[in-house]
Write a protein that binds this ligand. Structure first.
Ligand code: FES
Length: 175
């Protein structure tokens, strides 16, 4: 697998909340009534991922401690949603929709093209650390496929030419 970082110790990688993040976590928890604090889990996990890039086991364990729940409860949530990353990822995660309507208009071809152009497979990160390719289920843009989402923004009506342009655009922006 191609990655931009040494991942040999990824599962023991330490995570620490910054004081700012910890304050935000406490604010989030305070929005829920007594006894329902664990409902803040998704918002907290997004916060951790924003800070760290991905969710290490240590980070998930700390979220469990903060919310007073078992680590397995956090792992269950994290592994259910594809927007959470449990492996190190590149600077840009391209999440290509592979559900029926997008598949009917060529998402398979787009995924294959991205793999070829970046010399990676789904789930991998390009050697320059810039792109991670993921496939996900419906992103709610079914009439605009094939499409992918990156950092909350949709890239729609994709063609192989458009993908090439986007790769160049992202590369140029990273210079
Ligand atoms: S099927 Fe692809 S966005 Fe809905």
């Amino acid at each position: 697998m191609k990655t931009h970082t040494d991942t040999s110790n990824k599962y023991s990688e330490k995570f620490e909340f910054s004081p700012e993040s910890l304050a935000k976590v406490n604010d989030l928890i305070a929005q829920y009534p007594e006894g329902k604090q664990k409902s803040a889990i998704l918002a907290i996990l997004h916060l951790v991922q924003e800070e760290n890039g991905w969710l290490t086991i240590n980070a998930m364990d700390q979220v469990a401690v903060i919310l007073g729940i078992k680590p397995i409860e956090v792992y269950e949530v994290v592994t259910f949603y594809t927007m959470f990353h449990i492996e190190p990822v590149g600077k840009h995660v391209w999440e290509v929709c592979r559900t029926g309507p997008c598949m009917l208009v060529g998402s398979d071809k787009i995924i294959e093209h991205i793999e070829k152009r970046l010399d990676i497979k789904v789930g991998e990160t390009s050697a320059d650390g810039l792109f991670t390719l993921k496939t996900v289920e419906c992103l709610g843009a079914c009439g605009y496929g094939p499409m992918f989402q990156c950092k909350g923004k949709n890239y729609e009506h994709l063609t192989t030419e458009k993908v090439d342009e986007l790769i160049e655009q992202f590369r140029n922006e990273a210079k």
